[in-house]
Design a protein around this ligand. Structure first.
Ligand code: NAD
Length: 474
């Protein structure tokens, strides 16, 4: 018997209405390890009805009530951290140490951040703008929020949705990725102990359930973290009834290295940012742009850093990253490598590890050009491409020359140049001499095809609110 993860609706766990099931596969072994409900429109209807009912009471709670509930939620999740980490490891194949250190503790911190931030929400203006009339601005919850999350950080991405939504007084129906439902279902089961029934509902399933959620008439706002393709589908479904959308989509981050940078620090920082989670990260430093003068030295340092980034399963407790999420996804990344133009070369990595599961080691590709498929596509694997530039303007044009606009970094010791790049890079998060730092206060979200809206930070919380002008005649 393998475990089964059902839907959590109105505080209780149940199978899908039509009994359909999905299989969850362990990426380390390639073997099925669990099943989950494969929900459809009827399950989404039930979950939305529970969320509508719960919203009647939750919208009237005080910020302090919501802070207390979220702090209790964080404490409860912390008390079950072992169990949650074990589920995450089975669903994603990540090294346990990485989940224990880099994923569960920051996620709990993000929940606690939103608990406190709930008490800082405010409308801005209060005054008399017409004689005999006092105005105010109320910041209110939006209503029932739908959330759809990806497989790369299931526990964390779910919390980035439910914590701000609940902090702001909304209720939620959340659909995790069909590949990784376990930790999200368990989170909702645990939170049923500290939240009123129906405040957080989880419906498992794939695009069928996601599409039903995005199109549901009770859902006032849909927040998706996922691919550009899913973003377009969700925005189109929501457009019909003009529901709000909040889209955290793919990335294709440049890392621009100037000749005056500390090359070893840059190579190590970029490798860390690129191979994190086997590159299955929307902020992954996928496109290195390096000044011609230092390109050979930099590539040598990057290859060394890539080769020190060990991929492995549970037999290697200090592995930096695990396998790719699925056979299909590994084949997709290998396809990008197979179709490289003849002028390009793989200087390290590039071949799957001869073992069960879907492991690809840290890979570096040189000789690519801007219009190449591998440069223009989000790879979402442990692969870094290297392009060479001469002038600063050329670097900027290459960096900005993709549809995505999520994250970028620039590596230089020239302060004025750093400031010019912070201004001119068209990405939602830009950093100097580090790649994609993350903390609860830092808003995370993209420009262009990477979507709109922010996760995290006070801006992330405001995205789950609406403003109402109120006026009182006297
Ligand atoms: P995906 O788009 O395939 O799936 C994401 C979620 O959307 C899943 O729950 C899926 O079931 C659902 N979905 C798919 N099609 C849908 C549809 N037509 N209607 C409604 N729901 C639908 O993405 P993925 O492969 O799970 O995740 C990887 C992608 O997520 C990458 O592009 C990555 O960059 C992006 N991502 C972005 C961020 C960010 O913060 N911007 C963070 C993590 C991942």
């Amino acid at each position: 018997m393998i475990p089964f993860f059902g839907n959590v609706i109105g505080g209780t766990t149940r199978p899908g209405v039509d009994g359909a099931r999905l299989t969850s596969v362990d990426p380390v072994t390639g073997e099925p390890w669990a099943e989950a409900a494969d929900s459809g429109a009827a399950d989404v209807d039930d979950a939305c009805a529970a969320a509508v009912e719960a919203f009647r009471g939750w919208r009237r709670t005080t910020p302090r009530d919501r802070m207390d509930a979220l702090l209790a939620a964080a404490d409860l999740l912390a008390a079950h951290a072992d169990e949650l980490a074990a589920l995450e490891v089975r669903d994603t194949g990540k090294p346990r140490l990485v989940v224990d250190t880099d994923e569960i503790p920051p996620t709990l911190d993000h929940v606690r951040f939103f608990a406190g931030a709930a008490r800082m929400l405010e409308g801005r203006a209060v005054g008399e703008y017409e004689e005999g009339l006092t105005s105010g601005v109320r910041r209110e919850p939006v209503g029932v929020c739908g959330a759809i999350t990806p497989w790369n950080y299931p526990f964390m991405m779910a919390a980035w949705k439910w914590a701000p939504a609940i902090a702001a007084g909304n209720t939620m129906v959340l659909k995790p990725s069909e590949l990784t439902p376990a930790s999200t279902v368990r989170t909702a089961e645990l939170l049923a102990g500290v939240l009123p029934p129906g405040v957080l509902n989880v419906v498992c399933g794939g695009p069928r359930a996601g599409a039903a959620l995005a199109a549901h008439p009770s859902v006032a706002q849909v927040s998706l973290t996922g691919s550009i393709r899913a973003g377009r589908a969700v925005a189109a479904a929501a457009a019909d009834r003009l529901a709000r959308t909040h889209l955290e989509l793919g990335g294709n981050a440049p890392a621009v290295v100037f000749a005056d940078a500390d090359l070893v620090a840059a190579a190590e920082g970029i490798a860390a940012g690129a191979y994190l989670n086997a590159g299955q990260d929307c902020t992954a430093a996928a496109r290195v742009l390096v000044h011609r003068e230092v390109a050979p030295a930099f590539v040598a340092a990057l290859v060394a850093a890539a080769e020190q980034t060990v991929a492995g399963g549970p037999e290697l407790p200090d592995a930096a990253h695990g396998p790719l999420i699925s056979a299909e996804h590994l084949a997709r990344v290998e396809g990008l490598l197979d179709r490289l133009p003849a002028r390009a070369a793989v200087v390290t990595g590039g071949k799957r590890l001869p073992r069960p599961g879907w492991f690809l080691p840290g890979t570096v590709v040189v000789g690519v050009e801007q219009q190449d498929e591998i440069v223009q596509t989000e790879i979402f694997g442990p692969v870094v491409t290297v392009q060479v530039f001469g002038a600063e303007d050329e670097a900027l044009t290459l960096a900005n020359g993709v549809d995505h606009g999520l994250t970028a970094s620039v590596w230089t010791t020239d302060h004025a140049r750093a400031m010019r790049f912070l201004r001119d890079l068209d990405f939602g998060a830009v950093s100097v001499n580090t790649h994609a730092p993350m903390a609860a206060e830092m808003p995370h979200g993209g420009f262009g095809s990477s979507g709109y809206g922010k996760d995290l930070g006070s801006y992330g919380l405001e995205d789950y609110t609406r403003l109402k002008h109120v006026a009182q005649a006297f």
